[in-house]
Design a protein around this ligand. Sequence first.
Ligand SMILES: [Fe+2]
Ligand SMILES: [Fe+2]
Length: 248
Amino acid sequence: MSLYAIGDLHLHFQSPLKAKRQIKEKIWKNHEEVFRKNCAALLTPEDTLVLVGDHSWGRNLEECAEDLAYIAALPGRKILLRGNHDMFWDANKTEQLNARFAGRLLFLQNNYFPYGDYALVGSKGHCFEGPFWLDRRGRVVDWDEEAEQRSKKLTERELQRLRLSFEAARADGYRWFIVFLHYPPTSILEEESGFTAMAEEYGAEQLIYAHCHGESRFHDSIEGEKNGVRYSLVSGDYRRWMPLKILD
Ligand SMILES: [Fe+2]
Ligand SMILES: [Fe+2]
C-alpha cells in the first residue's frame, strides 16, 4: 500500500483546450495516454492517488463526465483536490460530489481522508500571483497592490478551509498529517505564509502542491525540508506524468 500524488492533468476529452502551453509544448502531447500507462505500471488497487487540482477544462459536470470517468478508471483509490480551473466543483457542494461519485472518486475540501495512521488534509490554497513588475535582470521591483489586497482575502478563506480540514481530522483522533494544496504555499515574494505556519502548527510531515507549469515556474515556492515539513511540487508537467510517492 502506497500513497502517491500528482496534479494538473487539465483533461479535455469533451471541452476545448484553453492553454496555449498545452497545445505547443511537447510534454503535453498525448499526456492522457502517457499518464494512464504510468499509473497502470505504478499503482495497485491497494494504493491511493491524490490528484492535486486542475483536473478538467470542462465548465460543468456534464462537460467533465469523460474526464472524471478517465480518472475513476485509474488503479487505486482516487482523492481529488479543487484547483483554480475546476469549474465543475462548487465549493459549497463538495458533499454532493462525494455522494454522486461514491465508490469511484473522493473529493477533499472541508473534510479529510484517512491513510493508515495519517490524515490527508487540504484545500485549494491561494497565493499572490501578481501582476509583478520586473527589472532588466528579471528581479521583482514592484507589484499591483490592489491585486495583492484582493489576493489576501482569497488566501484567508482558503486558510479557514484548511483549518476545517485539520480540525475534522484532529477531532477524530488523528495526529499525523499530510497537507495537499493546489496553489504553492508561498508566492514568489514570500519565504513563509499562513499555509506554511499552519503546516508547522499541526506538525504536518509533508505539504504537497501543484499549479506551477513550465520551467520558469517550477521553482516559485518551497522545495525540500523546511522547519520539519517536506515540500514537494507535483504538477503533472514537472513530474513528466509520473505520480510522486508520498508514503509507503
Ligand atoms: Fe494547472
Ligand atoms: Fe492551477
